[in-house]
Design a protein around this ligand. Sequence first.
Ligand SMILES: [Zn+2]
Length: 240
Amino acid sequence: MMMMFDPIYMIIILVTAVLSGVASMMVKSAFNKGKNVILRSGLTGGEVARKVLESANIYDVEIHQQGGFLTDYYNPTNKTLVLSADVYNGRSASAAGVAAHEAGHAIQHSHGYVPMYIRSAIVPVANIGSMLGPYLVIFGIMLGAAEGAGLGYSLAVIGVLMFGAATFFSIITVPVEFDASSRAKKELYSLRIIEGDEELGAVSSVLRAAGLTYVAAAIGAILNLLYWAYRAGLFGRRRD
Ligand SMILES: [Zn+2]
C-alpha cells in the first residue's frame, strides 16, 4: 500500500507511461505514412516475407495472417510467422518493412543468433520475476529489510534479482529487434523489393520507430529495477 503514495514511484510510473505512449504514437504515425508509399515491385507483405525467407534458404516457416494493428510476430516454437492483415495484404513500404522484420526473426532463429536464444530462455523467469519481484521486496520490507540483514533483507534481495531477470529480458530484446530490422533492410534492398530513396526512407522510419518502443520499454524496466533496489535498501539509506 505504501508504494501507492511514494512520489518517486509515481514519477517512475508516469515517465514509463509517457515514454511508451510517445514511442507507440511514433510507430503509428510512421506506419500510416509508409502505407502511402506503394512499392514499385508490387509485392504484398506476405509475398515479401516468403521471398526474404527463401533467400535465406528457409522453407519450413508457415506464414499466417490475423486481425489487429501491428500484431505481427514470429513464433520460434512452431516456426510460424503471423502477420496482421494490413501487413499481409499491403503493398506498401510499411507492410514490406514489418513483414521483412518478422522474417528477420525467423532468420535469426535458423542461423542460431545467440541473443535471441538467451531471450527465449529467460522468458519464464522474466514473467514470474516481473509479477513476483515487487511483492517480495514489499514483503521483505515488512519483515525488516531496512536492518540490512536477516530474512526480510534476503527476501527483498531475491525480489530485486527476480525483477532484474525481467529487466534483463527487456534489455536483450533491444539488440534482437534492431538486428532483425537491419537484416530486413538489407534483404529488401538486395532482393530489389524496395527501390529508391523514398521507399527506403519510409521502411527505415517504420523500423526505427518500432525499435524505439523496445528502447522505451527497456528504460522503463531499468527505472523500475532501480526503484525496487532502492526500496530493498541495496543503495542509499531509507528510513521508514
Ligand atoms: Zn521484432
